[in-house]
Design a protein around this ligand. Structure first.
Ligand SMILES: [Zn+2]
Length: 594
């Protein structure tokens, strides 16, 4: 464009010079009596030519001088090309600052230490994942955590982002006195507007200017957490503090926009992208810590406190469970260190949890593909759901209720501790590595975790042991609820379940049974091949049901099988009725358990 303009101006210059020259010749050869008029005309021609030449020279300079040189010559500030000013902008409109170039210092090498060597290149292939740095201090006696979060975020969407949304789960009414208070919020070093909504569990930060695709933004949030007194995945009880989903957690933006589903105590109402985390945790020196990722630095401070640094690569959360009473034992599986943290007097249970966790990692490594992290923590904590013990998955860390560690009692009767530990460890494959929307598609992690734990029992106890687990955990709960009229599609949102019994029977029970029926239809080899290619293809990503459906249909090798698998998926996953159930069926199942 600039070249064309310059050529046109040059042509104009030449034409004007020729015109001036011709006029000069004509006038000089004209009538002598009008010599004064001729003189004025000649002067006019020369003046016209000179003005044209000056104009062209000035415009040529504008076209060709580097943009940065002009402002110093002309005394004006050039606008960056990415933020053009509107022609009729009011005089008072502030000039937006150009987006700063944010580099990622040290970057993926710092996080690679938490990955096994063969998975480290995967960090480089990730599409600029969110990078969190959490600098926090634990005020142990007040059950509070205070500090700041810095999030370096790249807009990986195809559209500009006007706002960035975070989830503040500690503010959910379920957690009662639990609280996550936001102080100053800054975007690229400047104070940013924000607002809270959905019972203060949604924080929306308005950006000073839309963030274009592929651009990066540097957000800093000051925050203070009040940990509620309760035996829970986020709570402090008998000197053990569990920090699950405790910091401002980036929401997920996808084709539905920012996800801001309400927090419900049923299931695990979480949804996050694979991210890179640095945690700098300052706390009393006598507190033992289990956290996502690996400890990479330890510094003693004055006044008896320590600052520990943890790095976690390609993980979905940064979770901490800590207490002065926790003890730990470890073992190694492949390239992963498995740690079991337990309460005093529960050494036997701590060893059992370690054995099951290590056996589970080994089994799943062989069946599905490698656990990619160098560290896995199995932590005993006080964790009751409606008065019953439970387990909870986080990235690189699972929390197991202390009730399961008791040497006697109702929960040691049916191999439940092993089942729970094997289930939560399986979530490392189906939640932590392959992510899903745990609100919209809870079956994509729960059904797979249930069936994986049954495969663990099959590896350890043979088919008979696995059949007992399938019966207790899947067939019986599902058929009881189905017989009572509660059957519904496995692909049901968490928000559409009214009670824990139906949710568990459908998502865990019917979901696990569907995978068993799929295995029977495909055969063992194809079924495991399907899970392996699914895991390899979607690791560190988020799956939707259609992704699994595609991989499943690709695992089929005959027309008859294709028809059977398509019907199975339609009936069980999408349809309301998996299989008809009679009272005699139930009686038969109960007889089997005797
Ligand atoms: Zn689960």
């Amino acid at each position: 464009m600039r070249l064309l303009f310059f050529v046109l101006l040059s042509v104009l210059l030449i034409v004007l010079i020729i015109l001036g020259f011709v006029a000069f010749r004509v006038l000089r050869n004209g009538d002598k009596s009008s010599s004064r008029r001729q003189g004025y005309a000649m002067l006019g021609c020369f003046t016209l030519t000179a003005v044209a030449a000056c104009l062209i020279a000035a415009l040529g300079a504008c076209c060709w001088l580097p943009a940065r040189v002009l402002p110093s010559i002309l005394g004006t500030q050039a606008q960056p090309r990415t933020t053009p000013q509107p022609i009729h902008a009011p005089a008072q409109t502030p000039v937006p600052e150009p987006p700063p170039i944010i580099s990622y210092p040290g970057d993926t090498e710092r996080f690679a230490v938490s990955m096994i060597p063969e998975e480290r290149p995967a960090l480089e292939r990730l599409d600029d994942p969110p990078r969190y740095t959490l600098d926090v201090s634990v005020l142990w006696d007040q059950a509070m955590v205070a500090g700041q979060e810095r999030l370096l975020l790249t807009n990986n969407e195809a559209v500009p982002l006007d706002e960035i949304v975070f989830r503040l789960f500690p503010n959910a009414p379920y957690y009662q006195e639990g609280n996550l208070e936001i102080g100053v919020v800054e975007a690229n070093g400047h104070s940013a507007q924000f607002e809270l909504s959905r019972e203060d569990t949604v924080l929306t930060v308005t950006l000073p200017a839309p963030l274009p695709p592929e651009a990066r933004i540097d957000l800093t949030l000051g925050f203070t957490v009040t940990v509620p007194s309760r035996p829970d995945r986020f709570g402090v009880h008998q000197n053990v503090m569990a920090l699950g989903h405790w910091y401002p957690e980036l929401s997920v933006y996808d084709d539905e926009g920012w996800h801001t589903d309400p927090y419900v105590p049923l299931g695990d109402a979480f949804y996050s992208e694979a991210s890179l985390f640095t945690l700098n945790l300052t706390l009393p020196e006598d507190v033992t810590v289990a956290a996502t990722g690996v400890e990479t630095a330890r510094r003693a401070n004055r006044a008896g406190s320590l600052t520990l640094t943890y790095q976690g690569g390609a993980v979905r959360d940064m979770t901490v469970v800590m207490g002065p009473v926790l003890e730990a034992i470890s073992t190694t599986v492949g390239q992963t260190t498995v740690n079991s943290f337990y309460l005093p007097n529960d050494r036997v249970g701590g060893q059992q949890a370690l054995d099951v966790a290590a056996g589970s990692v080994q089994t799943y490594n062989e069946l599905f593909g490698p656990y990619p992290y160098t560290d896995l923590d199995v932590v005993e904590g006080y964790f009751l759901i409606d008065g019953s013990p439970g387990g909870m998955e986080f990235s690189g860390l699972v929390l197991i209720s202390s009730e399961f560690y008791a040497s006697e009692g109702p929960f040691t009767m049916l191999d439940m501790p092993a089942m729970v530990v094997a289930h939560e460890v399986a979530h490392q494959w189906w939640y932590a590595v392959i992510g899903d929307d745990q609100v919209d598609d809870p079956w994509l992690d729960e059904a797979f975790a249930v069936y994986s734990s049954i495969l663990y029992f099959e590896a350890k106890q043979g088919r008979k042991g696995a059949q007992v687990q399938l019966l207790e955990n899947c067939t019986l709960p599902y058929r009881l609820v189905a017989w009572a009229g509660g059957d519904r599609p496995i692909a049901t949102s968490l928000l559409d379940f009214g009670d824990a019994l139906t949710y568990s029977a459908i998502v865990y029970g019917k979901g696990g049974l569907f995978l068993h029926r799929l295995r029977e239809t495909l055969g063992d080899e194809h079924f495991l091949g399907l899970l392996q290619s699914y895991y390899a293809q979607f690791k560190y990503r988020v799956v939707r049901p259609g992704d699994f459906h595609t991989v499943m249909m690709n695992a089929i090798d005959s027309a008859a099988q294709e028809k059977a698998v398509a019907k199975l998926y339609d009936d069980w996953v999408l349809g309301a009725t998996g299989e008809p159930v009679s009272l005699d069926d139930l009686r038969g199942l109960l007889d089997l358990l005797k």
